[in-house]
Write a protein that binds this ligand. Structure first.
Ligand SMILES: *Cc1c(COP(=O)(O)O)cnc(C)c1O
Length: 367
């Protein structure tokens, strides 16, 4: 586990630990401009000029905490890659669409995606602590009117209340933990009060990018809305720091199971050793690996996409070598709103038979 905090260096030299550990301070001091990037890197603004056009299309936001985990000078650092601008984000030749999953067309009311019969996903806010460069909702970063306004959330509640088929609501974003706490409390409570809503789920990367936001007070509030499940997104073993582990522990202690959805990212976690270490690390902190996503064909993320065979090869090695508790399901979210499908390595059955020496009947009996 990475030890932290490491607030001693760079522009945050001398920041008192109380400020460093305060999520509001972290949020206020996010690095968002070229000038701030140049300051943290100790480089001139001019030398970073190639990032300017990228940042105008896809703004940068990085918490001091997350910055402290990476080697700023190493372009290949897997954490740096996830949050630093890259000119390839503007390379149209890498393909991709704004909204390949057709989420915009699956919204009965603005911000509520209803694609699977029994589950709906609420984009409760478009704000995030950190802008992941591989985000599949990059199109919303600069969208107006997608914020967490009470009226929008009320319209979502009304729709869910009038749709008895919905038994689970996933509150996502953006990052729902950046809504005002009282508003999130109200939203969860309003959903919980609907008789056919049996389960709530939160999708948030805050335990990874701003773990100090997971305060005891927040956990006490969330606890009142159980059964509540929590999905986060660790993509690299170095993100499993003491602070992140403590944030997950506070959720777990409140009776909120925490699962993980990673994205398979070229140059970040697209090799067996890194993925194994990530999954082992998650198992150690009682966070259950749930999904490993093939990176969606979203415009501006092409440089992160791997071939399907890369993911299948990693999955096959994982199947053979690691604890079943560590195994995520590798899934592809199909374009056009057809939903997620699991991708499996080829069946191991013939191999169990020992190079064709045995055969199986239809029920799996081996001769
Ligand atoms: C992924 C997703 C869900 C949840 O799917 P699970 O397989 O239950 O995790 C629900 N709605 C939408 C729109 C999604 O993209």
């Amino acid at each position: 586990m990475t030890k932290g905090p490491r607030q001693g260096g760079g522009p945050w030299e001398g920041v008192p630990p109380e400020a460093w550990g305060d999520w509001r301070w972290q949020f206020r001091n996010r690095v968002r401009t070229l000038r701030q990037l140049s300051a943290v890197m100790g480089r001139s603004v001019a030398s970073l000029a190639a990032w300017g056009p990228v940042m105008r299309v896809y703004p940068v936001a990085i918490t001091p905490y997350y910055l402290s985990l990476m080697d700023l000078a190493d372009e290949g650092d897997p954490l740096r890659r996830q949050c630093f601008p890259d000119p390839r984000e503007l390379d149209q030749a890498l393909g991709g669409e704004e909204d390949p999953l057709g989420e915009g067309e699956a919204m009965p009311v603005p911000g509520l995606i209803h694609r699977y019969p029994d589950r709906a996903l609420a984009i409760a806010t478009s704000t995030c602590a950190l802008h992941c460069r591989h985000c599949n909702r990059k199109r919303l970063w600069t969208a107006k009117g997608s914020g967490g306004a009470r009226g929008r959330l009320e319209a979502m509640v009304d729709h869910v209340a009038g749709t008895p088929a919905i038994r689970e609501v996933i509150v996502s974003g953006g990052d729902p933990l950046l809504l005002a706490e009282g508003l999130l409390d109200w939203f969860l409570g309003a959903l919980r009060a609907i008789p056919h809503v049996e389960v709530l789920r939160i999708g948030s990367r805050v335990p990874v990018t701003l773990p100090m936001r997971v305060t005891p007070g927040l956990c006490a509030m969330l606890k009142r809305h159980r059964p509540l499940w929590f999905n986060t997104q660790f993509n690299h073993p170095r993100e499993i720091t003491a602070e992140a582990a403590e944030a997950c522990e506070r959720l777990l202690s409140a009776g909120i199971p925490v699962s993980n959805q990673s994205v398979l990212l070229r140059g970040v976690n697209d090799d067996y050793g890194t993925m194994r270490d990530l999954l082992y690390g998650l198992e150690r902190i009682s966070v259950r690996p749930y999904y490993l996503f093939q990176c969606d064909p979203v415009r501006g993320t092409g440089h992160f996409r791997t071939e399907l065979w890369t993911g299948l090869g990693i999955m096959e090695q994982l199947w053979r070598n690691v604890s079943g508790l560590c195994l995520p399901r590798y899934v592809l979210d199909c374009p056009g709103g057809r939903g997620k499908i699991p991708l499996q390595p080829f069946s191991l059955l013939p191999e169990c038979g020992g190079e064709g020496k045995h055969s199986f009947d239809k029920t799996g009996h081996m001769d």
